[in-house]
Design a binder for this molecule. Structure first.
Ligand code: TYD
Length: 201
């Protein structure tokens, strides 16, 4: 009799810039490992060729149309799914992923692209996560945490955009989606996240 190896758990962190998701993703990764689970961490944009291209272009303001941005994020994601996520999950590893296609729905959706279309495009190839943790914070709070970048005008423009992004994140719903209040103490937030993860392992 052949036994198929159990797949690992696939957990995604989402939220606006400054929501604290990277800190929480790394905390969860450590906790899973302490529990003896083989867990790996990935992020999007990735460190692959498309991810590097995205970061390079992001440093130049308005160098891409929203549609071009969408295409690059999707290329990067296709590569991430095929090269990183699928092999790790198939080998029984848990995957903690910092941003996934919910970011594309929120960020490129906030630039005027149709969120429903972005979702369908991504769900045609993306592996469905077991859990999507959305850290909800106000745009102003997120901006305060990443303050120090850019001029005042840029910050105002950014706040306006991030308010729309935050609204789209807040509206996410689905069987695997949980919203966690991103305000407050990192340890308390980590506890709330663990309460969602523990029943799955
Ligand atoms: P971020 O998580 O901040 O990565 P890093 O800290 O390594 O730079 O992501 C970079 C930016 O990319 C962030 O502002 C959100 C944006 N983004 C999108 O606009 N669409 C997407 O699909 C993804 C994954 C990210």
């Amino acid at each position: 009799m052949t036994r198929t190896k159990p797949r690992g758990l696939f957990i995604v962190f989402e939220g606006i810039d400054g929501s604290g998701k990277t800190t929480q993703a790394r905390r969860l990764l450590r906790r899973l490992r302490r529990r003896g689970r083989r867990a790996v961490f990935f992020r999007e944009p990735t460190r692959g060729r498309w991810g590097r291209e995205i970061r390079r272009l992001a440093r130049r303001a308005d160098s891409l149309t929203p549609k071009e941005e969408l295409e690059l994020f999707v290329k990067d994601r296709r590569e991430n799914v095929a090269r990183n996520l699928e092999p790790a999950l198939a080998a029984g590893r848990d995957v903690v992923l910092d941003r996934y296609y919910f970011s594309t729905i929120a960020y490129q959706g906030a630039k005027g692209l149709d969120p429903g279309r972005i979702r369908r495009l991504n769900e045609s190839f993306a592996i469905p996560p077991d859990l999507v943790i959305v850290l909800d914070v106000e745009a102003a709070a997120g901006l305060a945490r990443i303050a120090g970048r850019g001029s005042r005008d840029e910050l105002f423009e950014r706040e306006d955009y991030l308010v729309r992004v935050a609204r789209l994140f807040r509206a996410f719903a689905g069987p695997a989606v949980v919203h966690v209040d991103g305000r407050g103490e990192p340890r308390a937030i980590a506890r709330a996240i663990w309460a969602e993860v523990e029943p799955l392992i």
